[in-house]
Design a protein around this ligand. Structure first.
Ligand SMILES: CC(C)(COP(=O)(O)OP(=O)(O)OC[C@H]1O[C@@H](n2cnc3c(N)ncnc32)[C@H](O)[C@@H]1OP(=O)(O)O)[C@@H](O)C(=O)NCCC(=O)NCCS
Length: 183
């Protein structure tokens, strides 16, 4: 299976108002399999992420369809480095190493020292990475009960930096989100 990481194609509808010649339907199908862990989504969210100059929205195209996608966000706020804003693998492909390949692609694109590089995945040679991407540090937020994602992140060297408590200002309250990073 040849896997290419390429920019998401957004926008455009046919005469009946359906998405045409874009990844919108495939992205909706991917998001539908995430069991509500994503928050905001839908065609508008993906179109905005694909168009934003401070975001990179890349899909994993296996020639027959989309096997997953990732969204990276540029440095902003107090957290230095590039945020892995979203990482999704199609339900039918989970457990086959694609999550690891996408995460390694993200670490490589963010120029994190020692990043292994995504085995078996080619980055679209026609795509030009924005200058902010090679920040040397990748961080992300994850829910503490998202065990598959946490196991993947830890296995690839990301470490928990911050616990965001469910009650603001109360550090002993259960964690609502964890911030992990690798640099
Ligand atoms: C998290 C996710 C991206 C993992 O993708 P995946 O392709 O299934 O992961 P891989 O097959 O590459 O597995 C890599 C590692 O992740 C961990 N992992 C994956 N699935 C796991 C599971 N169900 N339980 C525990 N650990 C798991 C393991 O450490 C695994 O390494 P191993 O195979 O050597 O044991 C996928 O489950 C997903 O898309 N989930 C829904 C969206 C989501 O939660 N995204 C992250 C937060 S935005």
């Amino acid at each position: 299976m040849a896997l290419v990481l390429r920019p998401a194609r957004s926008g455009g509808t046919d005469g009946a108002g359906r998405a045409a010649g874009t990844d919108e339907a495939a992205l909706q199908r991917l998001d539908a399999g995430t069991g509500g862990v994503l928050g905001d989504s839908g065609p508008g969210w993906h179109a905005a992420a694909a168009a934003a100059p401070d975001r990179v929205h890349l899909v994993l195209d296996d020639g027959a369809g989309l096997a997953g996608y990732l969204v990276l966000a540029g440095p902003r706020g107090p957290e230095p480095g590039v945020e892995l804003h979203r990482l999704v693998v199609a339900v039918e492909h989970r457990g086959t190493g694609l999550g690891r390949a996408l995460l390694r692609a993200a670490l490589t694109l963010a120029a994190v020292p020692g990043a292994a590089g995504p085995d078996g995945v080619t980055v679209d040679p026609g795509w030009a990475a924005p200058p902010w991407l090679a920040a040397g540090r990748l961080w992300l937020e994850v829910a503490p009960d998202n065990r598959p994602a946490l196991a993947l992140y830890r296995a690839e060297g990301l470490v928990v930096e911050t616990r965001l408590p469910s009650v603001p200002g109360c550090p002993t309250a259960p964690a609502l989100r964890l911030v992990l990073a690798r640099e």
